[in-house]
Write a protein that binds this ligand. Structure first.
Ligand SMILES: *[C@@H]1O[C@H](CO)[C@@H](O)[C@H](O)[C@H]1NC(C)=O
Ligand SMILES: *[C@@H]1O[C@H](CO)[C@@H](O)[C@H](O)[C@H]1NC(C)=O
Length: 672
């Protein structure tokens, strides 16, 4: 391969030298012999690909405006004949965007066309193509008669034109003073597969037509080798290269690629019989949104692999109203919801619906799609359940065409756990074309790679099914979107001693309710528990007793005043045992202790035990509470965790301060 490229390079240089020399010659010729018959130069449009023109060497006139990303170009200096002739001429610098004449010479196909950005055109890479061309200034060479009309290959009726396809052409791939070598060449575009998208390296030229920015655009992302071959041709008709009636597919041996990559045709993937009555896996109660890549550059084949992946996920997750629910958003230029969370509430229906999703085409505007999902997807009307975490799985082929980091941050802050699955992401030398080269690590959860999966090849995507299912179902880990208000287990420890009095006790409960209101409460977000103490202690309710805010507020209101002594030390021990021992490992443990006097028992050892167990303690003292005790009770530094007011009626002033300090501390400490 390396050798082949070298040889190729050498012959390219040689060609240019020859062209240069002959160019000078013909110039002289033109100036000395003034009168020559005027050349009729045929015109073509920007979208005409070299392979459509059968002539091995010709001069054409290009219109203005071919410097547009919708006209795809593959290669640099030597272009695959799948490229637009005129856009390649702009890329090479022979023409500018105002059009003009260009000399085109067909040369042999090659391996490893390299994409590059040049003269306002981003060309793409292509692993192989059966035929190439080079472009130079549209000046005729001496002794060469250029066709005044071009011969086009007909894609429409291969049978009718069959006779024409066996003509021999001069192959100018080894140019010299005399272009001698004659090779039998197959006419492109006469395969029975022509006109069928499965043979095209790129889908419709509409891709990227919306953009005409002159900065390097990662349009088309990368070579699309998968689309170079058609599955049907290969399995049924083996043939020798060069004499292949299937035309341009002949260079490529996808059969071996298929097997090497362990790719299993989707039709053969097993489907388990499903229980139609399934309520879903209760151990995986999540609301899932899959953002799938429907951009033109992904190609038909990869789009199918992507759908198969989704179907496999739908199969592996036991979808149902009591378990995971799943919706799909497809993005291209703009996102669109294919179906929401409650459209298909079992795995079988979901799989069938996934199979029917048509590809939208367009760019890969991932950021726009994430914003869309944040705003519109997880709505109650769309089936979003308050009790289930929101998860968005973003599939990215290559890299996005817009910015995603900010959109992702907003999504995370609104409570969405974002996973990225990047397939065939940018390799080192492609990163220059990516707006945010490390978008996946920045857009997903910042702490670890739990939320970001990088898959080297579409062929190996199926291996990601199980790891992904495991991760989206691990609700204790779904903490990417943690905030100070949605990720704590908050335990109130309330002094019910006689000195408080009934009226003030109501005020204390109101204070507890006011603090609780500030949190986002559910069994996966913040949970609230409460203990009342005198000499004794009692659990009013635990973290898992209630899971909605109204229930919590009601429960607080119903707490009955106990009246008795004040054993704060014992109360802390009790709270650790009865409340915080049952806290979830990924939750922040917050204890908010409210007292109106000095404790009868020792508080030092229990307070230290709380601190050692990672329970962040806020001490709130009223009236006769002892400042020195509050400071011992509170987590260090005491000024942020100990509060005092002289009377119960002023308690309300503390609620905003306590919440603010909880959030300040949350933001200043590592999340995990
Ligand atoms: C493309 O080829 C496939 C397989 O031969 C066929 O089923 C399909 O109808 C064709 N599509 C077009 C647009 O010709
Ligand atoms: C609780 O909040 C209400 C409404 O904001 C307020 O009127 C009241 O004073 C607060 N009470 C306490 C004790 O925080």
């Amino acid at each position: 391969m390396g050798l082949a490229v070298l040889t190729m390079k050498a012959s390219v240089i040689e060609m240019f030298l020859v062209l240069l020399v002959t160019g000078i010659h013909s110039n002289k010729e033109m100036t000395t012999k003034m009168k020559r018959p005027k050349l009729t130069v045929p015109q073509i449009n920007c979208d005409i690909k070299a392979r459509k023109i059968i002539n091995p060497e010709f001069v054409v006139k290009c219109p203005a405006g071919c410097q547009d990303p919708r006209y795809h170009v593959y290669g640099t200096d030597v272009y695959a004949s799948y490229s637009s002739v005129c856009a390649a001429a702009v890329h090479s610098g022979v023409l500018d965007n105002s059009g003009g004449k260009v000399l085109v010479r067909k040369v042999a196909g090659q391996s490893g066309y390299k994409g590059s950005y040049s003269n306002g055109v981003q060309s793409l890479s292509l692993p192989r193509w059966r035929e190439s061309f080079i472009v130079s200034e549209g000046k005729p060479q001496k002794g060469v008669t250029y066709p005044s009309a071009l011969t086009y290959s007909s894609a429409k009726s291969p049978a009718a034109k069959a006779g024409e396809t066996t003509k021999a052409y001069q192959k100018p791939s080894v140019p010299g003073p005399t272009t001698q070598p004659v090779t039998l060449m197959q006419v492109p575009g006469t395969t029975p597969m022509e006109g069928n998208h499965t043979t095209l390296p790129k889908p419709s030229p509409s891709a990227g037509s919306a953009t005409s920015s002159s900065r390097p655009q990662p349009l088309g992302h990368r070579s699309r080798e998968l689309d170079l071959w058609s599955t049907t041709t290969y399995t049924s008709s083996p043939h020798s290269p060069g004499a292949n009636p299937a035309g341009e597919t002949d260079l490529w041996k996808p059969g071996s690629v298929l097997l090497d990559a362990g790719f299993v045709p989707e039709e053969e993937l097993s489907t388990h019989p499903l229980d139609p009555e399934s309520q879903g896996d209760p151990n995986c109660k999540v609301d899932l949104s899959f953002l799938i890549d429907g951009s033109a550059s992904i190609g038909k084949r990869r789009f199918r692999i992507q759908k198969q992946f989704l179907a496999d996920i739908a199969q592996a997750l036991d979808i149902g109203p009591a378990g995971p629910l799943m919706g799909v958003v497809q993005y291209g230029d703009n996102p669109a919801t294919q179906f929401n969370l409650k459209t298909h509430m079992n795995s079988r229906d979901l799989k069938a619906a996934i199979e029917r999703i048509p590809q939208r085409g367009g760019l890969s505007n991932v950021g726009r799609a994430i914003s869309f999902v944040t705003k519109s997807f997880f709505s109650k009307a769309g089936g979003n359940r308050a009790s289930a975490p929101n998860v968005a799985v973003v599939m990215v082929d290559g890299w996005p065409t817009d910015k995603v980091e900010e959109a992702s941050r907003l999504a995370r802050e609104s409570g969405i756990n974002i996973f990225f699955i990047t397939i065939e992401g940018a390799v080192e030398n492609e990163k220059q074309y990516v707006m945010e080269p490390n978008f996946a690590s920045k857009a997903a959860c910042r702490t670890n790679s739990f939320y970001s999966l990088s898959v080297p090849s579409w062929f190996s995507l199926h291996k990601t099914v199980q790891p992904l299912v495991k991760r989206v179902c691990d609700s204790d880990q779904l903490a990417c979107s943690k905030t100070c208000l949605n990720s704590a287990d908050v335990g109130f420890v309330i002094d019910g001693s006689s000195s408080v009095g009934t009226g003030n006790f109501r005020t204390v409960l109101q204070f507890v309710a006011n603090l609780s209101k500030e949190f986002e409460i559910s069994d996966t977000d913040t949970r609230i528990g409460a203990v009342q103490y005198t000499y004794e202690q009692r659990l009013e309710f635990g973290f898992d007793t209630y899971s909605t805010k109204p229930d919590i507020l009601n429960a607080i209101r119903r707490v009955g005043y106990w009246s008795g002594g004040t054993s704060t030390g014992a109360a802390i021990r009790y709270a650790l045992e009865q409340l915080f021992k049952k806290s979830k490992p990924n939750k922040r443990k917050l204890m908010i202790l409210i007292t109106d006097g000095r404790s009868y028992d020792d508080i030092r050892i229990p307070a230290m035990a709380a601190h050692n167990k990672g329970v962040i303690t806020y001490a709130i003292g009223v009236a006769w509470a002892a400042q020195d005790e509050l400071e011992v009770l509170a987590t260090h530094p005491a000024k942020d965790h100990a509060f005092f007011v002289d009377e119960f009626d002023n308690l309300y002033t503390l609620a905003p301060k306590v919440i603010q300090n909880i959030c300040t501390e949350f933001n200043s400490r590592p999340r995990h």
